[in-house]
Design a protein around this ligand. Structure first.
Ligand code: AMP
Length: 214
């Protein structure tokens, strides 16, 4: 039976950073719905335009649309032995859809909550920059690149600041998290499938804590 590792945490909690490390070191594919939606930017379809508008505002893409891309992506061969979900599920309906999908796939779900205080989240989000080539995540306050504005590994391309990492979208994203996603912590806890990790401190320390729990 494969494991589905669900990383739960507010925007900016470091889910993406930790999911990338788990992928590199444990060979589990990182499935990030946010990344998949961002990739749709290059498409010029009504759905892609709708998704872009939703993301810019900081609200959520409809559950059915999200489920379809998760189901499609996780049915590929690299997910046969399990995978990491980064940013999914985010609503009660999505959590139910995932239960069914896991059953169909013969996988079991384990959730890890990455906990970070609110004031720290805002700083992380507004300072976040990433490399458009390799996806490495930097922060102008806490993890600056060696040379300002460019990736350590890809010095020819400029780091990007996500369109939804501005103060207004961040406020909406955090409120959306509180209303729709936070209740899932209880949901996984009640079913005995939740482990908690303190998400402040060094990336490596947090990684070690996560590894111990999976
Ligand atoms: P993230 O990169 O995980 O912060 O996601 C960026 C944006 O993509 C979110 O603010 C949502 O608009 C959208 N998104 C990502 N994951 C989901 C999801 N599971 N359900 C609905 N919308 C999502």
């Amino acid at each position: 039976m494969g494991k589905i590792i669900v990383l739960i945490g507010a925007p900016g909690a470091g889910k993406g950073t930790q999911a990338r490390l788990l992928m590199e070191r444990r060979g589990l594919p990182q499935i990030s719905t946010g990344d998949m939606f961002r990739e749709m930017k290059t498409l010029d379809t009504p759905l892609a335009r709708e998704v872009q508008a939703i993301m810019a505002a900081g609200t959520l893409v409809p559950d059915e649309v999200t489920y379809r891309i998760v189901k499609e992506r996780t049915s590929r061969a690299d997910c046969n032995d399990g995978y990491i979900l980064d940013g999914y599920p985010r609503t009660a309906v999505q959590a139910e859809q995932l239960e069914r999908l896991a059953k169909e796939q013969g996988n079991e779900i384990r959730a890890i909550q990455v906990d970070v205080p609110r004031d720290e989240l805002v700083k992380r989000l507004t300072g976040r920059r990433s490399c458009p080539v390799c996806g490495e995540i930097y922060n102008i306050y806490s993890k600056p690149p060696k040379t300002e504005g460019v990736c350590d590994e890809h010095p020819d391309v400029n780091l990007v600041h996500r369109a939804d990492d501005n103060e207004e979208s961040v406020a909406t994203r955090l409120a959306t998290y509180d209303e729709q996603t936070k209740p899932l912590i209880d949901y996984y806890e009640k079913s005995g499938r939740l482990k908690k990790v303190n998400g402040t401190g060094e990336v490596e320390e947090i990684y070690t804590e996560i590894e111990k729990r999976i």
